[in-house]
Design a protein around this ligand. Structure first.
Ligand code: F0G
Length: 459
């Protein structure tokens, strides 16, 4: 008999978490104005808000932290981190930053000008924010298949080469670079195939453009290439990672995801001109060039994390857990963005709470119901997150309305996945009775989802 699958690690330290009663949660979510970001984390039993900075570091990472060099300039820990990044990606110029959006801020300060156009695949919110705040435009060229949550497609995160070529053909002079997000978070943690990365490279070369990878979950992307794309089954993750980055001119990295640290990020590039231009912004925004917002000990942990998480066993354990949750949801017939992505399951709220009008934010209603049911905190990736149209000030109802359940790396067990699945099933079973969602009582002009205040709509 074939041995069953099991995790590629064992547990050395635990952190107690606490259950609560439904009555407590009803009071807490009311006090939080029905916005899960406003909940103190102690009021959460299983936290699926994000996979960013929430992973469990390994004993090797904690051990490396003790060896951190905290010198202001020229710290040994920086050179160790840079060496690892160069060995894995081939990109030799490295600028540390305190997290991913800081890498975007530093690099885009050097590269993005008013009126520029930056095509890519579903730019992440902060990426888009750093483009739009410079009065430039992010043009989404993701394949149309990504919009149909029930369609099975192995690489739903890909760039549509025709859409990209249209942008380049008309506006090449306004494009400072193309950005490809691997994996594509906004489309559901969906991967981009090597073939597609090559297509993007070919178009970039044709129009004389450079390519940046937004690399937060690059290792998960490599795992999907290995397991889903023809010709890669026998290659190691590290070989695939190198092949991917051979197609890039530079990368921005939120190390809080695939480097499994609580805080950290960096820029890496093969081009001295980009490096020189970005350096000028690192010093005032982030700090001196050999720490850029990070402690020496954090750079040590980051280097070890990158190495560990580009090993097949670690990634297999991680993706297996996300797929396990997806399988449980399949048993209950709960619709999510298919197939299961790398870091999260995205529930299609518009297919669950069909009686809640879109003006009452179905995905937010589902997020609150799930919290009340079991203390599980997901987050809305839908109409509230989409903000208002900057010109008409109308809500934007054009995209998907999803509840994201992000799975922290090496943090929860499959038993926790069972709790999440059954809690969702219980909500799903009474979906017909849920007729109303929420109305906004206060909101910020931009990125309103973090601080929005809501109240339930009554019959
Ligand atoms: N790019 C992608 C694809 C991301 O998912 C994130 C963060 C960033 C850039 C920004 O990095 O948070 O280190 O500043 N995503 C988190 C999430 C916050 O929950 O998906 P950061």
């Amino acid at each position: 008999m074939e041995l069953p699958f099991a995790e590629s690690w064992r547990i050395k330290m635990v952190e107690p978490i606490r259950k609560s009663t439904r009555a407590e949660r009803e009071q807490w979510i009311r006090e939080a104005h029905y916005n899960v970001f406003q909940l103190p984390a102690e009021q959460v039993y299983i936290d699926c808000l994000t996979d960013s900075g929430t992973g469990a570091m390994s004993d090797r990472q904690w051990g490396a932290m003790m060896t951190g060099d905290e010198s202001y300039a020229g710290a040994r820990s920086f050179f160790r981190m840079r060496g690892t990044i160069e060995r894995l990606t081939g990109l030799s110029h490295v600028i540390p930053t305190h997290q991913g959006r800081a890498a975007e801020n530093v690099l885009f300060s050097a590269l993005v000008r008013e009126g520029d156009i930056i095509p890519g695949n579903s730019h992440f919110d902060t990426t888009k924010g750093h483009i739009e705040s410079r009065r430039a435009f992010a043009v989404d060229c993701t394949i149309d298949e990504a919009r149909d949550t029930q369609l099975e497609h192995p690489f739903k995160g890909c760039v549509d080469p025709d859409k990209l070529e249209k942008v380049l053909a008309v506006n090449a002079d306004k494009v400072p670079f193309i950005i490809v997000t691997i994996t594509n978070n906004t489309a559901g943690g969906q991967p981009v195939s090597m073939r597609n990365l090559r297509e993007v490279r070919a178009l970039a070369d044709k129009y004389g453009k450079r390519v940046i990878f937004d690399s937060a979950r690059f290792a998960e992307n490599a795992y999907f290439i290995k397991t889903r794309e023809e010709g890669y089954a026998d290659k190691s993750i590290k070989e695939i990672v190198r092949e991917m980055f051979d197609l890039a001119d530079g990368m921005t990295m939120s190390a809080k995801k695939d480097a499994i640290v609580n805080m950290g990020g960096f820029i890496a590039t093969r081009h001295a001109d980009w490096f020189e231009a970005a350096k000028a912004y690192c010093i005032p925004f982030e700090g001196y060039l050999t720490y850029g917002g990070m402690n020496g000990r954090d750079m040590e942990a980051l280097a070890v994390g990158l190495d560990e998480n580009t090993e097949f066993d670690n990634l297999r354990t991680r993706i297996h857990q996300v797929e396990y949750l997806a399988k449980r949801l399949d048993e209950f017939g709960i619709p999510y963005q298919r197939p299961a992505g790398g870091h999260a399951i995205f529930i299609d709220a518009s297919k669950v709470l069909t009686n809640v009008p879109k003006e009452e934010f179905p995905a937010q209603a589902l997020t609150v119901e799930l919290y009340k049911e079991a203390g599980v905190r997901g987050c809305e990736i839908g109409y509230i997150l989409a903000d208002r149209d900057p010109v008409t000030r109308e809500n934007r109802f054009g995209g998907l309305d999803l509840l994201r359940l992000a799975i922290a790396r090496r943090t929860y067990t499959d038993n926790h996945m069972d709790v999440i699945a059954v809690a969702l099933k219980n909500v799903f079973d009474r979906r017909e009775e849920i007729r109303h969602g929420y109305r906004i009582t206060w909101e910020a002009e931009l990125m309103r989802h973090f601080t929005v205040r809501l109240e339930p709509v009554a019959d």
